[in-house]
Design a binder for this molecule. Structure first.
Ligand SMILES: C[S@@+](CC[C@H](N)C(=O)[O-])C[C@H]1O[C@@H](n2cnc3c(N)ncnc32)[C@H](O)[C@@H]1O
Ligand code: SF4
Length: 453
């Protein structure tokens, strides 16, 4: 078998491709297209329909230099409090567009740092959500947590919200790496938060770690992963650091010379993945790991794993409703994104209008390519029979394209048999590149993405 050299593969196929948390990706949404999609979807929901809700909290009380999230640094609580009052108004506006209360199956609070929210505000969010949606008895409520935020008040608020899952940001425990990304966080502090969350009754815990950070080495990452494993999380997300200083200006505070090169990133990712596998974690998609009895592992085994804006999920709800500035939602018809700047989002909601703005109506071509790309990102293969079942005659052109790609593949990235187009086992770190071959928007895209490996 030909040895895959990351630099050669990236040079040949393009070094930067989307992470495909959606297809088409957000830069291809159009101004104004979102609101009609959302209004139609809301009006069509019945009391039987199950939906998911994502709430974005775009505030943090620290600014990590590596951060690629949509967030704003604030040491004062007043902007967060004002934002939450707008968020509650938005939920009421959504409620006014409903004919019936749909069932809320999954709620995810992300950011930024939702762990900054005070207990009284968690309670308000919970009350207004429960007024407008019927929470399923088995609803999953997950919250992204920066351990440095957590105190008694936070824990009380998370309990009032009914949190069942927590996702904790670690990144790296090495003090030198932490200094290079401006994110001090001791192991002990993290461990105490993990213990407190478990005592609260949280059933499932995820930890985020990163590779490719400044001053990171495989040895340092090895020590971080050991510490992460000692906390026994149900899931671990191992993301490659996305260095996009042309979008996130604060990343310029990171010294470029301290960043590991592509080969080193590749090596770090492989080593850390093997270490997690050795500790009993199963690889899920391109960057997640889960204990074998976790739902994500179960979904991966049964081919029911899904990918959405929060990454890998077991969520199969009818619509994903995005609330808060910049949030993205999805309906059968297409994607909807709320206004991104918090000030403009607030003005819109306060004037009594839904803040949905950008969006995209999915064409048949988009839906077929979206299905292929999602299956490749989740299962590393897609089935011709399944594509035919779903899309009938229209699927044949895509199956032909896949077979041609497999036949012309000289880099041992992919292959095809009677029923499957697949990413080869050794080429799995290049899955984004294989998926990008089915992306009709990428060739004309002006947008610069982060490194594919
Ligand atoms: C909203 S943050 C997590 C919650 C909390 N704010 C924290 O930092 O602990 C979501 C995750 O995105 C990941 N992340 C942020 N910036 C990134 C970047 N530039 N590249 C890759 N992953 C990034 C980090 O692993 C982070 O834990
Ligand atoms: S990594 Fe988390 S805490 Fe740090 S700035 Fe980003 S969202 Fe905020």
């Amino acid at each position: 078998m030909k040895k895959l050299v990351p630099e050669e593969i990236l040079a040949k196929y393009g070094s930067a491709v989307p992470r495909y948390t959606s297809y088409p990706t957000a830069p291809h949404f159009s101004e104004g297209a979102g609101r009609p999609i959302l209004e139609t979807a809301l009006a069509g929901l019945t009391g039987e329909d199950r939906i998911s809700v994502y709430i974005h909290i775009p505030f943090c009380d620290r600014l990590c230099w590596f951060c690629g999230c949509h967030t704003r640094h604030t040491l004062k609580y007043s902007p967060v409090e004002a934002y939450i009052s707008t968020l509650l108004d938005e939920i009421e506006l959504v409620g006014q567009g409903l004919q019936a209360k749909p069932v809320l199956g999954q709620l995810h609070l992300g950011g930024g740092s939702p762990s900054m929210v005070h207990s009284a505000d968690f309670e308000r969010i919970s009350q207004v959500l429960r007024k407008n949606f019927a929470f399923a008895p088995d609803s999953e409520i997950s919250v992204e947590i920066d351990p440095s935020d957590v105190n008694e008040d936070t824990l009380e608020g998370l309990q009032k919200l009914g949190m069942t899952r927590a996702s904790i940001g670690v990144q790296d425990f090495d003090p030198q790496v932490q200094a290079a990304i401006n994110r001090p966080q001791t192991f002990e502090q993290t461990r105490d938060v993990v213990t407190a969350l478990r005592e609260l009754g949280v059933q499932s815990l995820n930890i985020d770690a990163l590779y490719g950070l400044p001053l990171q080495t495989a040895e340092r990452l090895d020590q971080t992963i050991d510490k992460v494993v000692s906390l026994s999380p149900d899931r671990v997300a191992l993301f490659g650091y996305a260095h996009i200083p042309w979008i996130k200006k604060h990343q310029r505070l990171i010294n470029d010379a301290d960043l590991p090169d592509t080969s080193e990133r590749f090596f770090q990712e492989r080593e850390a993945s093997e270490q997690l596998a050795g500790a009993g974690y199963l690889e899920i998609g391109i960057d997640h790991f889960a204990l074998p009895d976790d739902q994500l592992a179960e979904a991966s085994r049964t081919g029911t794993l899904r990918r959405n804006f929060q990454g890998y999920t077991t969520d199969n709800c009818k619509i994903l409703l995005g609330l808060g500035a910049s949030s993205i939602g999805k309906t059968d018809a297409g994607y909807v994104q709320n206004i991104v700047p918090t000030g403009q989002y607030t003005t819109c909601v306060k004037s009594g209008e839904l803040p949905a703005n950008r969006g995209l109506v999915l064409t048949e071509d988009d839906k077929i390519r979206a299905h292929i790309i999602e299956r490749l990102m989740c299962d590393f293969h897609f089935s011709f029979a399944d594509l035919d079942n779903r899309f009938g005659k229209s699927s044949s052109a895509y199956i032909d394209q896949a077979k041609k790609l497999a036949a012309s593949n000289t880099d041992d990235l992919c292959g095809a048999d009677e029923d499957l187009f697949y990413v080869k086992q050794a080429a799995r770190p290049f899955t984004r590149i294989v998926a990008s071959q089915f992306d009709a928007y990428l060739p004309q895209s002006q947008f610069r993405y982060s490194k594919a490996v």
